[in-house]
Design a protein around this ligand. Structure first.
Ligand SMILES: Cc1ncc(COP(=O)(O)O)c(C=O)c1O
Length: 471
């Protein structure tokens, strides 16, 4: 296809990963209680639908906000004409206030250092454009959010080098994993520009510990590189330990106004904490003035519409609403999380212990027919087509151990979650009793290298570096 650009025809978008393929299969046969009761239940979408009643009730109490009005008077023209890419000051003030509240007011944010973007997707890409050249690299702990292949690599030409984390320590980031990833990048002649973490983690649903944050700060300080902390799930922490933002750790280490202070950047969005992915509200927060200025110019390519800013500045300025929302939402998330974890436990499936997010990281290694990514795909297809659940296989998150799946619990009603648990139960019971090849893996571990050889092609295409590591 000579007449099209390489961007269009290259594979680095990641569209052919099972993460996106599962969505396509779901679209063809979506579950509906009445219209399609045997359809596929979507458990591969990290959406938060648990607290809409709160935002909807706020909207009915505050009709001016969505009705282009101030004190009853129309401000339609003012909003329709507003196009300053610095954003509405009232909205930026309200957004930093919300971010501070989520962090228990342990840190404060300056709205001048905030750049508005069309979601965290745009925020992450914009930051990468600001911090790295095509062909340079960012290190990312695995497993990671499958969308990062698109967001960080596709248009920027920047490479992702995985920091391999393992189940042996609950997928925590270690010094040796960081060092190995750095060495791997050097071996591949890639200059490392930074590390990107998600805190809380997608797909693990865990908060990053103080020790890990400290390790990361020391690492980026020593290497003189950047640290991006995607804190899009910061408001979803429903259990201890508390969420610690990277800025809090920097403050506690007395690193304000130092070099590293300017090289740490936060990404945020209202897609998860407020359940508004359709509104496309994201932000970059950086202490580096040049990054803020450049990202502000770039934000022209993905601004947040002025009516959205107007509506949300009113909603987020209502302190009673935000306090109540955060607390209620966390309570609901905890209930849902517990329901999924206990339901899976009943059929012998365990989850990584988690305290945040809209999903669980589920261990189905004992259901694999062998310790390979082919077996993971085989199991994923069974779960998708036979059980009727779209979950995300660990390989789509670049997990190096076959058999882990991300399962979302906040994008559906309680009855649907109950049904999905019933379906899993029936599946596990039937396979355990009738089919000896499934589950047989736990008795006969295959050699380590056979796992590497059997990684499916699309996994290899998504991150060429995954296969190069042989630890
Ligand atoms: C870690 C992470 N970053 C960024 C995004 C993109 O979010 P947004 O809808 O704000 O673009 C997601 C969405 O799932 C995510 O999980």
């Amino acid at each position: 296809m000579k007449w099209l650009s390489r961007k269009v025809t290259c594979n680095s978008h990641g569209q052919d990963s099972s993460y996106f393929l599962g969505w396509q299969e779901y679209e063809k046969n979506p579950y509906d209680e009445f219209q399609n009761p045997n359809g596929i239940i979507q458990m591969g979408l990290a959406e938060n639908q648990l607290s809409f009643h709160l935002s909807e009730s706020w909207l009915s109490r505050n009709p001016d906000a969505a009705g282009f009005k101030r004190d009853g008077e129309s401000i339609f023209k003012e909003i329709a004409l507003f196009q300053d890419y610095h954003g509405l000051p009232a909205f930026k003030n309200a957004l930093v206030g919300f971010m501070e509240k989520i962090r228990g007011h342990k840190v404060s944010f300056d709205p001048k250092k905030l750049v508005l973007t069309a979601g965290a997707t745009s925020a992450n890409e914009t930051l990468i454009f600001c911090l790295a050249e095509p062909g340079e690299a960012f290190l990312l702990p695995t497993p990671y959010y499958p969308g990062f292949d698109r967001d960080l690599k596709w248009r920027t030409g920047v490479e992702i080098v995985p920091i391999h984390c393992s189940s042996s320590n609950g997928f925590r980031i270690t010094q040796s994993a960081l060092d190995d990833a750095y060495k791997q990048a050097q071996k591949s002649n890639l200059s490392v520009k930074g590390v990107l973490i998600t805190n809380p983690s997608n797909p693990l649903g865990t908060t990053v510990s103080r020790e890990e944050l400290s390790l990361l700060i020391n690492f980026v300080s020593a290497k003189e590189i950047h640290l991006i902390s995607d804190e899009i799930y910061s408001g979803t922490v429903f259990d201890s330990p508390d969420f610690i933002s990277i800025v809090e750790e920097l403050k506690d280490k007395n690193l304000e106004d130092t070099d590293v202070w300017n090289r740490v950047h936060i990404v945020y969005s209202l897609s998860k904490d407020l359940g508004l992915p359709g509104f496309r509200v994201g932000a970059i927060y950086s202490n580096d003035e040049i990054v803020v200025a450049a990202a502000t110019k770039m934000s022209s390519f993905g601004l947040v519409s002025s009516q959205t800013q107007y509506l949300l500045s009113a909603m987020l300025s209502d302190k009673m609403f935000t306090s109540n929302y955060i607390a209620e939402n966390q309570k609901k998330l905890r209930e849902r999380h517990d329901m999924l974890v206990l339901g899976l436990q009943e059929v012998g499936i365990s989850c990584l212990k988690s305290n945040a997010g809209l999903f669980c990281w589920v261990d189905m290694r004992h259901l694999l027919s062998s310790n390979t990514f082919e077996a993971e795909m085989e199991l994923w297809k069974k779960i998708l087509y036979k059980v009727g659940l779209n979950v995300s296989p660990g390989s789509s998150c670049h997990c190096t151990e076959p058999g882990w799946f991300r399962v979302c619990f906040a994008n559906m009603g309680e009855e649907t979650l109950k049904l999905s648990l019933q379906r899993i139960k029936a599946f596990v019971e039937s396979t355990m009793t009738s089919n000896n090849d499934v589950g047989a893996y736990s008795q006969r571990q295959s050699p380590r290298n056979s796992r590497r050889r059997s990684i499916p092609n699309w996994v290899l295409r998504l991150s060429s570096h995954d296969r190069e590591s042989d630890r």
